[in-house]
Design a binder for this molecule. Structure first.
Ligand code: RIB
Ligand code: CA
Length: 311
């Protein structure tokens, strides 16, 4: 029986790869819908990018909703310096033809969860947690209906990627992160400590380029410099968000510990910092599985094998 998932996302290069990986696992994952959120680039672009990626993969049948256009409290911060003005720098996809669904993404989440059986739907969050947090504030009863939140978020020993202390998805909406971490909903976090181990290096790009599918070519285009070399000076771009989907497909790829994770929502210096009690030095109750060790080769074996299955 395929696991029912909803992806909440801010494409975003790595989001696009995560969506492709989910689409390449129809036996294991039933992708009910995608909800776009403001994040790496503004909402008008993230929702369009979701539809563009679905059409690239030949799946215009999957519903796409637009969620929140800004964080719960703070002004938006974007990441064009990483993803480009389009959000998918390096990959030119045509304007989408499939329609955006008219219902607000937050209302879709509420309505989908209200009619679901308890524990039926897993929420895969690939960006700021604004939409789900707003849904939980508006309709708290949906919480027990969520099987699990699996979220690319946070950092501990790796430090931040948008400030020295904070990872982007949490820093962009720390108040939303607090709503989720305080919710009591089963939560698995995939932080930078994990995702920085999963890089599309030159050697892996060479392997990727031997896969003759549009999806594989799209990933190579997103993660190559103009001269074809790997991003970040050859170190290779980290595939943050695809780790969320890979965890669902092959849980043994990543390991970690169930601990307490808190989030800073006030300090200007450390706003969005995730404070992970890895050694259990506080009496704060465990509220998340914090994954910090990756089998990177196993991840890329999975990713490449699945990209070969797409059009
Ligand atoms: O910090 C990495 C996260 O921020 C990823 O989800 C990336 O897409 C950006 O949203
Ligand atoms: Ca993202």
């Amino acid at each position: 029986m395929a696991r029912k998932i909803i992806i909440d996302t801010d494409p975003g290069k790595d989001d696009a790869v995560a969506i492709l990986l989910a689409l390449a696992a129809p036996q294991e994952l039933e992708l009910l819908a995608l909800v776009a959120v403001a994040g790496n680039v503004p909402l008008a672009r993230t929702e369009s990018n979701v539809r563009r990626v679905l059409e690239l993969a030949g799946r215009p049948d999957i519903p796409v909703y637009a969620g929140c256009a800004r964080p719960l409290v703070r002004p938006p911060i974007t990441a064009e310096h990483v993803h480009g003005d389009t959000g998918l720098h390096g990959l030119d996809l045509p304007e989408p033809r499939m329609p955006l669904r008219p219902e607000h993404g937050v209302d879709y989440l509420i309505n989908a969860l209200c009619v679901a059986s308890p524990g039926e739907i897993t929420l895969c969050l690939l960006g700021p947690a604004t939409n789900l947090a707003m849904a939980l504030v508006k309709a708290p009863d949906i919480g027990p209906r969520i099987a699990e939140i699996v979220w690319m978020a946070g950092a501990r020993s790796e430090g931040g990627n948008v400030t020295p202390a904070a990872e982007y998805n949490v820093h962009a909406d720390p108040d939303a992160a607090k709503v989720l971490l305080d919710s009591g909903i089963p939560t698995t976090l995939l932080p930078l400590d994990l995702t920085h181990q999963v890089r599309l290096t030159d050697a892996r790009l060479d392997r990727l380029r031997r896969i003759d599918t549009a999806a594989a070519r799209a990933v190579a285009a997103l993660y190559s410099n103009a001269d074809g070399t790997a991003l970040q000076g050859g170190l290779g771009g980290p595939l943050h968000d695809p780790c969320v989907i890979a965890h669902l497909l092959r849980p043994g790829l990543f390991t970690g510990r169930r601990i307490n994770v808190a989030v800073e929502t006030a300090s200007p210096l450390t706003l969005g910092m995730t404070v992970a009690d890895w050694s259990g030095v506080t009496d704060r109750p465990a509220n998340a599985v914090f994954l910090n060790r990756a089998d990177a080769d196993g991840f890329f074996d999975l990713l490449f094998e699945r990209l070969a299955r797409l059009p």
